[in-house]
Design a protein around this ligand. Structure first.
Ligand code: ADP
Length: 560
């Protein structure tokens, strides 16, 4: 849920509270005065009344409803009618009867009370209405078709890290940014600069938007949402204007977050096909990003699925310096996501089992699946959700609108060999990596400034390993290798042309081919040696979905 910038209406709740307090005080005072004025006579007992009678102090007796009022020179008393011998009093003193109009007073009293409550109720209603209006406004902002909203508005995010299941390392990476947004001064004082831009790279539905909202929510700063497409799809010339407006507002409200979804729509590498509108927008974005200091407290988070499509300029130093990859959730993360989604639903679900059958599902699909399962349970028996409900609706979700990557048993085997070979070769050749998972995640190695030629060649071999391993086992080639092969070739080309790593620094086109052939031959030999280990690794990946360098090392140690 998003809320308008608090700063704007920070004075409203105070004014409203004051009004309520003053209203309450007025009602209280009036009631007190009323109580006093209404009846000031002292209630006395039978004995006291008799004393007054005997001492002959009474000047007048008044019959007033259920009471007899006794007036003396100085005072005025009252006593319940039945408590005294009325006849004796009536005979001795002058008697006056007043109409029993106490009910009028009661009505008046009652009306007054109603008025007080009415007043309070109205104020509360008004309060509520204003609150609702504000929320309505926020919802409108949120609901506005993101591609067509015509103004730039700050939203306030109530999402926190507790709403984001799994992706622990992503959260960790963003902690520092949150701290910076909370206390930019601390960083400014120590002259520490943080990146202006963070690029979240990953397939759709893995929580890029959610985590950005959570950063805003955790840091309690305004959140500006824009989709890249909205910049370029509006009228000609408007994209650049919108970008500058966006930065202007974000700076005014700093510390703040600008989130640009699908940034590739703006930052697509310019390539052959020119699009003036997009280019103008991109240039504006670059200018804006260069035009403010890191310490100003505006962080730009860009989300993209296709980092390779992005214009180099966006990735240059001082712009989107930090990149965070989010992949499809692995088994432990799927368990955490399902736990979150099932938290408030009565269930007897074996979450681990469901996590196992949902390889390739993103968080959004798990959400849909959980919802469908709950509906299925309700329709069928109306009580607990069970594992069987998930099984029953899984295919429906898979065939639904979203095209999901979900492996069949055979595909899982192929993918386990493919990824397992990469993990093994990387471990064998000392290429450091975080973990390799059954789903197609980018193979991420440690960032290093200076790489040796042998380190580069080792990486090339890792990229080739998967495809060569599946070829060896299945005598067949598969499409899952395409990205890695492209990476291998790109790296070979860099080794030859960019780094000029030929022995004599002389570059010829044949060198690329030679290097590729040599690498392929070496990986093939290596895979012969590692065949037994690969079977082990495959088993590990099939049951755990991921494998880490340590686990590969353990397997290798057992075999060799
Ligand atoms: P993206 O921006 O990567 O396309 P979103 O952030 O829009 O993905 O997420 C899509 C849906 O999945 C949202 O409903 C979001 O709440 C849910 N979701 C995504 N990741 C997670 C997560 N890690 N934990 C809980 N829900 C998630």
């Amino acid at each position: 849920m998003l809320e308008m910038k608090h700063k704007f209406n920070a004075n409203i709740p105070i004014a409203k509270n004051m009004r309520i307090i003053i209203g309450l005080l007025v009602v209280l005072i009036v009631l007190l005065i009323f109580g006093i004025v209404r009846d000031g006579d002292t209630l006395i007992t039978h004995k006291q009344a008799n004393t007054l009678y005997v001492e002959d102090k009474i000047t007048k007796v008044i019959i007033d409803g259920d009471f007899i009022r006794l007036k003396t020179e100085a005072d005025s008393y009252k006593i319940y009618k039945g408590a005294i011998n009325k006849t004796a009093f009536f005979q001795k003193y002058p008697v006056e009867v007043i109409e029993d109009n106490s009910y009028l007073l009661d009505i008046f009293y009652f009306l007054f009370l109603m008025l007080g409550f009415g007043f309070l109720y109205r104020m509360m209603q008004q309060n509520k209405k204003q609150q609702e209006e504000r929320e309505q406004k926020m919802i409108k902002v949120e609901e506005k078709e993101l591609g067509s909203n015509d103004t730039v508005e700050a939203l306030r995010s109530k999402v926190t890290f507790a709403d984001v299941a799994g992706i622990h390392d992503v959260k960790e990476e963003l902690e520092e940014i949150i701290d910076f947004l909370k206390e930019p001064k601390k960083y400014r004082d120590l002259d520490i600069r943080l990146p202006k831009g963070v690029l979240l790279v990953g397939p759709p539905g893995v929580g890029k938007t959610l985590i950005s909202k959570a950063v805003a929510g955790e840091a309690n700063v305004p959140f500006f949402y824009q989709s890249g497409a909205s910049f370029v799809h509006i009228y000609v010339g408007m994209g650049a204007k919108r970008v500058s407006e966006l930065f202007q507002k974000a700076k005014e409200m700093a510390p703040s977050i600008i989130f640009i979804d699908e940034i590739d729509a703006v930052g697509k590498s310019r390539g052959e096909f020119r699009n003036d509108e997009r280019e103008a927008t991109l240039n504006q974005l670059l200018t804006e990003m260069d035009g403010f200091e890191e310490s100003e407290g505006v962080i730009i988070i860009g989300a993209t699925n296709k980092i390779e499509m992005l214009d180099e300029a966006l990735l240059r130093a001082g712009r989107f310096d930090r990149r965070i990859h989010i992949s499809l959730p692995d088994l432990p993360d799927r368990i955490k996501i399902l736990e979150l989604y099932l938290k408030n639903k009565p269930n007897m679900v074996n979450i681990e089992e469901v996590a196992h059958m949902t390889v390739g599902f993103n968080a959004a699909a798990l959400d849909t699946l959980t919802n469908e399962a709950a509906l299925h349970a309700m329709r069928l028996k109306g009580t607990m959700i069970e594992t069987s409900d998930f099984e029953a609706v899984k295919d429906k979700v898979l065939l639904g609108k979203r095209k999901l990557l979900s492996f069949s048993k055979e595909e899982r085997e192929i993918q386990a060999i493919y990824q397992g070979a990469k993990a093994l070769v990387a471990t064998w050749l000392d290429v450091d990596f975080d973990k390799i998972s059954i789903v197609n995640t980018p193979f991420l190695t440690q960032e290093q400034e200076i790489l040796s030629k042998s380190e580069l060649l080792a990486r090339i071999k890792v990229y080739l390993a998967g495809s060569l391993a599946t070829q060896k086992r299945y005598k067949e080639q598969f499409t899952n290798a395409s990205t890695d092969i492209a990476q291998a070739k790109a790296l070979i080309s860099k080794v030859i042309y960019e780094y000029a790593m030929a022995d004599d620094f002389i570059v010829t086109p044949q060198q690329e081919e030679v290097l590729l052939r040599e690498s392929v031959a070496e990986v093939k030999t290596l895979l012969e040696t590692l065949d037994g280990a690969l079977t082990e690794v495959k088993g590990h990946i099939l049951s755990h979905e991921t494998i880490k360098p340590d686990e590969c090392r353990d397997i290798l140690r057992e075999i060799f």
